[in-house]
Design a protein around this ligand. Sequence first.
Ligand code: ADP
Ligand code: ADP
Length: 232
Amino acid sequence: MISLKGISKTFKTKNGAVQAVDNVNLEIEAGQIFGIIGYSGAGKSTLIRLLNLLEKPTEGSVKIDGKALSSLTPSKLRAARQEIGMIFQHFNLLWSRTVRQNISFPLEVAGVPAAQRKKRVEELIELVGLHGRGDSYPSQLSGGQKQRVGIARALANNPKVLLCDEATSALDPKTTDSILDLLLDINEKLNLTIVLITHEMHVIQKICHQVAVMENGKIVEQGPVIDVFRKP
Ligand code: ADP
Ligand code: ADP
C-alpha cells in the first residue's frame, strides 16, 4: 500500500542543515494500523508530511498503491492526495462553520454535487457517532466530538489511507480511548489503512498492529507490536 525506500529529508537552516529523516525504509500493508512512535524531534511530523505528499524527500522514493510519486503529473498527484485523509492534534476545523459544513468542505472542493454531498455528510455523521450534532459549531463541542468531526471530514472522499498526527494528544485518557475505539471500528468496517504518529505508548499498544520506533530521524526498530514491546 505504502512503500518508502531510502527516504531522507534535509532542511537547510541558518546554522547549517538538519537531517529530519535519515534513510527510512517502511512497508505499510493495506488494512493495517501502523504506528510510528518517538520522542519530540525524532522526525515523526516530517515523515508524516512526506506520506501526505506535502513535502518532497531530499532522497529516496515514495510509492503509494504501487505508483511512484515522483513519476506523477501534477493532476495525478492531486488525485493521489485525495486518496489520503489526515487528522490533527488540534483538529484544524473551520471555526465559523457547523459540523455539517466542515464535513461537506472536502466534498465541495472535489466538486461533488449538492444532493450527493448532503447524503454523504449524513452517512459520515452516523459513522463517527455525531448524531444530533450536525448544526453545532466546533466551539460548542467537546474535544472528542471535535476529533470525530475531523475524522468524518478526513473520510469524506473515501480515502484509502488515514494519517493521524498526534490525533489524541490533546484529549484526556477516557476521550482518547473512545477515539481509538472509533479508529479501530473504521479500520475494520472500511478496511482502511491507518498510519499514526504518537509519543504515547498506550496508543500504540491499544490499536496498532505494526510499530516503527523513530530516533534522530532513523527507524531504530520495527515489527509487530507484540514483538517490539514484548515484556521481558
Ligand atoms: P517530531 O515530529 O518527531 O517532533 P519533527 O519532524 O517535527 O519531529 O522534527 C525533526 C527535526 O527536524 C527537528 O530537529 C526539527 O527541528 C527539524 N525540522 C522539522 N521541520 C523543519 C523545517 N521546516 N525547517 C528546519 N528544521 C526542521
Ligand atoms: P486545543 O486543542 O489546544 O484546545 P483548539 O483546537 O481549540 O486547540 O484550537 C486549534 C486552533 O484553532 C488554535 O490555533 C486556535 O487559536 C484556533 N481556534 C480555536 N478556537 C477558535 C475559534 N472559536 N475561532 C477561531 N479560531 C479558533
